[in-house]
Design a protein around this ligand. Sequence first.
Ligand SMILES: Cc1cc2nc3c(=O)[nH]c(=O)nc-3n(C[C@H](O)[C@H](O)[C@H](O)COP(=O)(O)O)c2cc1C
Length: 339
Amino acid sequence: MDLTTEYLGLTLKNPLLPGASPLSYDLDAVRRLEDAGAPAIVMGSLFEEQLALEERAEFEEVTSYEYSSPEAAGYFPDASSFTLGPESYLEQIAKIKKAVGIPVIASLNGTTAGGWSRYARLMQEAGASALELNTYFLPTDPLRTGKDIEAQIVEVLRSVRNEIDIPVAVKLSPYFSALPNFTLRLEQVGANGLVLFNRFYQPDLDPEALDVKVTLQLSDPYELRLRLRWLAILSPQLRLDLSASGGVHSGLDVIKSLMAGATTVQMVSALLQHGPGHFRNVLEFVNMWIESHEYESLEQLRGSLNLKTGPDPTAYERANYMKMLQSWRKMTSGFGAMP
Ligand SMILES: Cc1cc2nc3c(=O)[nH]c(=O)nc-3n(C[C@H](O)[C@H](O)[C@H](O)COP(=O)(O)O)c2cc1C
C-alpha cells in the first residue's frame, strides 16, 4: 500500500511520526527510527524560558549589575535543567540532517510574543523543514479571560510566522471553550497544521510530606479518545493538516486516528517504553491492516469516520453522552444494587 502523505508541505513516505521527545537528542535513536521507517523527526522543544535566560545573560553582560535582580532569577528554571541549550539545539538540527535523509521538524515552546521568536528563523537556517509551535499554557489568573488567552496564542503564532517561510504546526491543549472557532482563527493567521493535543502532566500530592509531586507518567491508550473526537469534528471543517498526538500506542490506534481525519499520527510514550524498533511493528501493522481491509488508498480511509462522513455523526456530540449514560443502566439492569 502506498502510504505517501503530504504534511506541512513535506512529502512523507508514511503518516506515522516519532513525536517531540528526547529521542531526537540521541543520534543513534534517530538513525534507528529512520531505519524503522520514520518519515521525519520531530524534535523536542526549545523553550521560551531558555531563550529568555539566554537573552537575559546577553543583556547582563552589557549592562550594569545594579539593574539585575537576584529575586527574578528564582522564577526561571535553572538553565542546566534543559536537555539542550539554544546553541546546541541548533547544532542538533544540523547533526540530524547530516545523520539521516529524512526531514527535521523543530519545536519551539512558548506562550508570549517576544524576542525569542527569532529562534524560529535560526531553526529554519539550521535546516529545519517545518516547525511545531507548542503553546502549553495553564491559566491561573482569574482576571484573564478565555478571549485574552486565545488572542495571546494568536499573537505568538503571528510573531513566529513573521520570522519564517517554512510551514508551522501549532501544538494545542484541548481545553478551549470553542475549539472549532479558535482553530479556524489559527488557520486564518497562517498555521499550516495543528497537533492535537498537548498532554497535561498532572501533579500528584504527597500528604505525608505535605508536598506536590511532579512525576512524568507515560500516556495511556485511553487518552486517544479525546483526540479522536476532536479530529473527527475539526477535520471536515479546516483546510490545514491535523496531527494526532497522545495515546497512540498500537497500529490500530494509528488506523483510528487516520479514520477520524488525522493527516499524520505521532507516537512518543510507546517508543520510550518499547524502543525505536516498535515503530517498525506499528507501521507494518498499519500497512497490513489497510491492505487486508481492501482499501484502495490511504485517502479512501482517511476521514472515513469523521463528523461528516461517519455513519452516525451524532456519536461525537451531545447525543453520544446521553446514549452512553443510558447504556450503563441497560447493562446493569437486573442488579438490584443499581438504580
Ligand atoms: C519524556 C517526554 C518528553 C517530551 N518532550 C516534549 C517536548 O519537548 N516538546 C513537546 O512538544 N512535547 C514533548 N512531549 C510530549 C509528546 O510529544 C507527546 O505530545 C505526548 O507524550 C503525547 O503522546 P504519547 O501519548 O505518544 O506519548 C514529551 C513527552 C515525553 C514523554
